[in-house]
Design a binder for this molecule. Sequence first.
Ligand code: VAH
Length: 323
Amino acid sequence: MAARKDKILVIGASGQIGVELTLALRKIYGNAQVIASDLREENPLLKDTGPYVSLDVMNKEMLHVQVIRQNITQIYLLAAMLSATGEKNPHLAWHLNMQGLLNVLDIAREEQLHKVYWPSSIAVFGPTSPKQSCPQQTIIEPTTVYGISKYAGEFWCNYYHTRFGIDVRSLRYPGLISYKSLPGGGTTDYAVEIYQEALVNGSYKCYLKPDTYLPMMYMPDALRATLELMEAPAQALSVRTSYNIAGMSFSPTEIAASIQKYLPDFSIQYQADYRQAIAESWPQSIDDAVANADWGWKPAFDLDKMTVDMLTHHPENKGRKIH
Ligand code: VAH
């Protein structure tokens, strides 16, 4: 059971993960106990569900003032520049992803925060990592700025835990798929766009090749993994860099076939772009045995179960029956 006195600051609360994680945390801790923040406007889905402040994670002084003024005890840091956008703005991606984390870790130390959550990604793995069942510990040589920043960040989390006793926890998310809030700038975003396009246009032009397998996860599984990790007893955690977690792996051909089971007229075309090389640098599947052993992680959604849920609840569904 979460400690009621805890007060949580979610940084990046208007993003794809942030919106749903904020709503999930508010259900556990109470609306007033979870302060949502972002550089952007408040996501409409958060309206009237709890406090919202405009905040730039790069402004360490402002962030520190908010943490003190709001009596924050936990920070969830979700603000980051993802892989595809990061390759167009390498220095900005490095600066935001790294300095944002260091600002939060420093304040966590100065204010002795109870817990910090920071997401890493399977993007830390590179072409020299095993393609199938990529293990928790292996050769890790990222080739994108996003992957480099996430891998460096993992070591900073481990350092602040070991050196200063900060209870910072992290997951290597696969590509995340949801219908509530759109992602931005990811290589795996095709798996979100395809459902929207299937419902709206009945067809989708995919920027990855048909047989490009990638590790993916439905957002409800990602949220549950995050909350289960954060609620796990500290002594159970053997990993203080970031845990591998797996949901499913599929290719554009397979997700298209899954959609066609429920929308038979859906068609897909392919025109690979620069994101193909990023996707090919990553593993095709992930071994999450350590997360299972340490805190019992198990995914609940496979591809067809996700497809039914996505098509049924998608805002563009317009009342269509999916069965
Ligand atoms: C991206 N959605 O595509 C992110 C993810 C595994 C990739 O971290 O950049």
